[in-house]
Ligand binder design. Structure first.
Ligand SMILES: Nc1ncnc2c1ncn2[C@@H]1O[C@H](COP(=O)(O)OP(=O)(O)OP(=O)(O)O)[C@@H](O)[C@H]1O
Ligand SMILES: [Mg+2]
Length: 242
């Protein structure tokens, strides 16, 4: 299997505080990894380390056996927060176009394709700040997809949207996953568990179980995941068969 991401013994300190402690995980092509963990557990920091925006204090990250800095155009990133206030004066199409910043080859066809893929073509001339939360998320996913990445990293893409819209985003991601490796950070294990193929729990250290089935009990007791992560009406069996 082709290894897309290798995280090898990665430790990150910020202001002398230990944020990530010896993280090891490999993600292979076309995997769909969910990362859960409490606030401040280091999830966003880990994504930024994968992107090469934060350099580890020890250990290393490889993307397709290469330095993350060289591979940035192969990684689409949907950040946790977006600052598009109401009336923010740029259009949906312009936001999606920003995805080409790292890729000098602006391509009108790719721009249209990305918007089509996430079903926002009809919104292209609307102001980004006037969209609903779910629509904005789709725009940000289109922006991440526009340069044809091989890996997609999403940081809490469904945090502020209702469960029905969330479901449609997960279904979209499942389709995208047919041709792309995905890492999805979320608090909501109840929602992500039926979509992701593997799951890791991050709270400074990472607990990763290379298995399709993780029970609530395993998460709570063995892996010390906080209970509130899995209290969302989660059935006894967290993973469904794929
Ligand atoms: N630029 C920074 N300066 C100082 N501390 C930081 C910085 N970035 C992250 N941290 C600290 O690192 C820890 C991990 O933060 P991070 O944003 O990675 O957590 P998270 O798991 O994404 O949390 P959340 O679920 O709230 O998004 C926190 O204690 C945070 O305060
Ligand atoms: Mg975060």
């Amino acid at each position: 299997m082709n290894r897309a991401i290798e995280i090898n013994n990665v430790t990150v300190r910020i202001d002398e505080q230990l944020i990530l402690d010896q993280i090891n995980i490999s993600v292979y092509s076309n995997e769909f990894l969910g990362i859960i963990g409490p606030n401040g557990g280091g999830k966003t920091t880990l994504l930024k380390t994968i992107l090469g925006l934060i350099g580890p204090d020890s250990g290393f990250v490889k993307i397709f056996d290469d330095e993350p800095e060289n591979q940035r155009r192969n990684i689409g990133y949907v950040p946790q927060y977006n600052s598009f206030e109401k009336g923010y004066p740029i259009t949906v199409e312009e936001v999606v176009k920003m995805g080409f910043v790292l890729d000098k080859h602006f391509d009108k066809k790719k721009l249209t394709e990305a918007m089509e893929k996430v079903d926002i073509l009809n919104l292209r001339d609307k102001l980004i700040g006037n969209l609903s939360g779910g629509q904005k998320q789709r725009v940000l996913i289109a922006r991440a997809l526009v340069s044809d990445p091989k890996i997609l990293l999403l940081d809490e893409p469904t945090a502020s949207i209702d469960s029905k819209t969330g479901k449609s985003i997960y279904e979209l991601l499942n389709k995208i996953n047919e041709s792309m490796t995905i890492i999805l950070v979320s608090h909501d294990i109840g929602a992500i568990s039926s979509y992701v193929k593997k799951i890791a729990c991050l709270n400074k250290t990472m607990i990763y179980h290379d298995d399709k089935e993780i029970t609530k009990e395993i998460l709570e007791k063995t892996y010390e995941c906080p209970v509130d992560l899995i209290a969302h009406g989660v059935p006894h069996r967290v993973f469904h068969n794929h």
